[in-house]
Ligand binder design. Structure first.
Ligand SMILES: [Zn+2]
Length: 245
């Protein structure tokens, strides 16, 4: 079954993670797992050029996200404008855990305003206290109801956070869920049925997780084949299509 991947990286994560993938390796992995296209970001705010190179090397295989650090102020906003207006990038990636700011912090306002003006989505890491919890992301969604926010990992590894991700997404219609790294297959069906059939996306978080492992969660989720097609493909296709220039 063909798929789209709502979250992957290109580059090297050292330290505790010790994982890496090149654009070439990523495309090979996508081909092996029938992943047509991937929402791609780099490893941090200093290597967005890697995403740009991957998009240039493999046109039609990637939607590029600008990895922004709001603590860098005007620099990050300018980079968003440049990469979206001139280089074909499609959205913004934020990681409050990595850069140490609360997910609803006011320092995000210029970035969210840029997203609104450029009409692009914001993908934000979730699942780690104290910075990247679903409730804080929901407060951000509440302040910017006209910007679509994808909650990457939908709470990640903690059951209470996963439940909160669903609750918050039910409350705010501009919140979408991406499932990489989230271990509870039952929550995929629950989200499909109670948040919205078009508001949950398959993702891998490559190179952290292999697609085949992430795929198993969807296959065993209890959804029908038609519903699995939505999660694997139709939902992200429809979501990203609204941003095509
Ligand atoms: Zn990631």
């Amino acid at each position: 079954m063909k798929k789209l991947d709502a979250h992957a990286h290109v580059g090297t994560f050292g330290g505790w993670a010790n994982v890496a993938i090149t654009a070439e390796e990523l495309v090979q992995q996508m081909d092996a797992c029938e992943i047509e296209k991937t929402v791609l970001c780099s490893t941090g705010s200093d290597d967005n050029f890697r995403t740009k190179e991957a998009m240039e090397a493999y046109p039609d295989r990637f939607w590029g996200l600008v990895y922004a650090n709001p603590l860098e102020g005007e620099k990050s906003v300018q980079e968003i404008y440049d990469l979206v207006q001139n280089k074909g990038f499609s959205g913004i990636k934020l990681n409050p855990l990595r850069h140490a700011y609360v997910a609803d912090a006011e320092c995000l306002d210029p970035i969210m305003e840029a997203a609104r003006e450029l009409h692009i989505p914001v993908f934000i890491h979730s699942g780690h206290a104290p910075y990247a919890l679903p409730w804080s992301i929901a407060l951000l969604a509440e302040r910017f109801p006209d910007v679509n926010i994808v909650m990457i990992h939908m709470g990640h590894g903690h059951g209470v956070y996963i439940d909160a991700a669903l609750k918050m997404a039910r409350r705010y219609s501009n919140l979408y869920l991406e499932m990489s790294g989230m271990p509870m297959n039952s929550k995929i069906k629950e989200a499909y049925e109670t948040v919205g059939s078009d508001r949950i996306f398959f993702g891998t978080d490559a190179p952290f997780h292999h697609p085949t492992i992430e795929m198993q969660k969807v296959i065993t989720s209890g959804l029908t084949e038609k519903e699995i097609e939505d999660v694997f493909y139709n939902n992200l296709q429809k979501f990203m299509a609204q941003y095509e220039k």
